[in-house]
Every structure is written in C-alpha cells, then in structure tokens.
Write a protein that binds this ligand. Structure first.
Ligand code: SF4
Length: 332
C-alpha cells in the first residue's frame, strides 16, 4: 500500500504526478491528487488500490496549489483552459469544489475541465459542478457491456450502467459540456467503440466541444497491462477512426484547434538534458526506486532515480529529461 504524502510547501512544477504542467499552450494541467479508486487493467500510471509500482500517493494542499496557479496564470495572461486531469482520478480530491470555485475567480481562465472515469460521481456533485461553472467533463467510458466494463476497470464494484445514467443526467440537466473519452484497448473493447459512439450521439454529448475523444491505449513502462492487450500503431488507430467517421458521420480525429488550444507564453527552465545540477532529496518518489527532490534554488521539483539516497541529502544529479518542465535525473 502506497503512503499518502501531503504537499504544502514544495515547488509544484517539475514532476508529472502532482502540481501543474505547462506544455507551452493555453492549457494548464492541474494535478491536485494522485489517488484513484479503480484498477483499470490498461492504466498507464498503475493507479488504484492494486498498484504494484507506486510507493507514494500525493495530495496537494489547496492554498499551495492556488498560489502556484496564480503564478502561472499571470504568465499566460488570457484565454486559459484549466484542465484538472491527474494520474489518478480528480474526483478523489477532497477540495475539488473549492478548487473549481477558486479557478472561476481568475479572469484569465475561461474554460475549466476535468478528466474522470466517474466512479465516484453523483447527481449532487454534478449539480454543484454546474452551479460553480465547470465547463466540461471528459468522461471515460471504455465499454457499455457491464461485464466487460468491470473487467476493464479491474474491479467488480464498477457499474457502467450507473455511469451511463450520470452521463445522461449531465446532458439533460446541466450546462456542462460532456465529452465521452473511451480508451480503445485493442482488441478487448473493439466491439464496444461503435456502441459508445452511438451512445454519445444519442445523449447529445458535445454541445460546444467534440462529443467524443477516443484515446489509444499505449504501452507505458510503468503502466499496467495484460497479455490480451495488443497495442495498435498510430497508423492503424487513425485508419480505424477514419473508417468510423465515415460510417457514423461524426468527427473522431481531433486537433488542438477543436478545443481552442494555441501556443502561449510559458514557464521556461534554463535546464538542458545532460546538465549536472544540485538537488536536495526531500522524500520518497512516486514509483518504487525513485526519490522526490528539489533544486538548490528551491524553484523546481525533480524526480531522482535511485534507491540508496537519504532524505535531507544534497547531491549532484544529471538531468535525463527536461521536456515540459518535467525533470527526471539520476545521481552522478
Ligand atoms: S485509467 Fe484512470 S481511472 Fe483507471 S485506474 Fe488508471 S487513473 Fe484510475
């Protein structure tokens, strides 16, 4: 069982698992929690109670998160989408309503969206989301068949019929836009994709944004997988989407412009891959065999690969990754 760590005073830029990711567009990805109640058999981040590779779960204190959001929003200036996506499920964040309410106060943010499998969603939460101005829910439904849906979610407790009810509730009773976002886990749910497209059309998903955002199941080093999963190539995936677009007369191949995404000013670190920097180890990392560290100037968080490192130790590391201000390093 992974240990829960509360984050209240360390930099919120630098790791992929918590904080904020700025990939140079008007979208800021907000990751307030790593927790998830499901155990999807294809999960790219090995989330949930059955996780075998995680050693820590993180929860970011709301005030600390808002301070950092304020800082990034000022850099990006306007037309920002605050997308709460997480490496687990955002609905596990105990201050989610407060977070969204606070995001609404920024005049620079005009879209607030969340990505969820909806397992802990209910009508009361949906009504609250609606009244505080959540713009869009990206709801992952990977199969409509209840038995297959349980198998994909990795738990008998997952009831897709309830999620279907909630999806219909959103489109019928709220101003929140709904995007159905199945993960195509070839070949396990091949026969479900057409049914999910028909369902999204029938309930009127996608009033302002596209109704469907079908995601390709990809191989991830730290992800969960089964022998049954065969990873499609991108060519094969887009070929299948094109065929379905023609058959169902619906747009399935999406571009950033479909979501109003454009390049903007962003936070830029001066680090380069291969560079040596000094960091302080501050605690256990997200996955086993990793440590969480901060740079000596105190501005960035860094994931350090290595087991025999002590908390409080100052060490020199070499940066292996710096893209999108996500820093991974190993000791020299
Ligand atoms: S795919 Fe999403 S909902 Fe499923 S276990 Fe992973 S993080 Fe949780």
């Amino acid at each position: 069982m992974a240990k829960l760590i509360k984050i209240s005073d360390i930099p919120l830029i630098g790791t992929v698992c918590f904080g904020i990711i700025d990939r140079g567009t008007n979208v800021i990805q907000i990751r307030p929690t790593t927790l998830c109640p499901l155990n999807c058999i294809f999960c790219s981040t090995d989330a949930g109670p059955n996780s075998r590779k995680r050693q820590s779960e993180y929860l970011v204190e709301l005030d600390h998160l808002l301070e950092w959001i304020k800082y990034i929003v000022k850099i990006k200036e306007k037309n920002i989408e605050a997308h709460i996506d997480t490496v687990g499920d955002p609905l596990t964040y105990p201050y989610l309503i407060d977070l969204i309410q606070n995001l609404r106060e920024f005049k620079e943010i005009n879209v607030i969206s969340i990505q969820t499998h909806g397992y802990i969603l209910n009508e009361k939460i949906i009504n609250e989301f609606d009244s505080i101005g959540l713009s869009r829910i990206n709801l992952s439904i990977d199969a409509l068949d209840p038995i297959l849906a349980k198998k994909l979610a990795g738990t008998e407790n997952y009831n897709v019929e309830r999620i279907i009810e909630l999806a219909e509730y959103i489109t019928k009773n709220t101003k929140i836009d709904l995007l159905i976002a199945p993960v195509w886990v070839h070949p396990i749910n091949d026969n479900e994709i057409e049914k999910i497209i028909d369902f999204a059309k029938r309930i009127g998903a996608g009033k302002k944004w596209p109704p469907l955002g079908i995601q390709k199941c990809e191989f991830h080093k730290y992800g969960r997988r089964t022998k049954e999963i065969k990873y499609m190539t991108w060519y094969e995936f887009y070929k299948r989407l094109r065929e379905l677009e023609l058959k169902k007369n619906i747009k399935l191949i999406l571009k950033p412009s479909d979501f109003g995404i454009f390049h903007t000013k962003s936070i830029k670190s001066k680090f380069k891959v291969g560079e040596k920097i000094k960091v302080k180890i501050i605690g256990p990392g997200w996955f086993k065999g990793e440590k969480l560290a901060i740079t000596n100037d105190g501005n960035w968080s860094v994931t350090v690969i290595g087991n025999n490192l002590q908390e409080g130790e100052n060490i020199t590391v070499r940066l292996l990754r710096v893209k999108d201000n996500i820093f991974i390093a190993k000791p020299i």
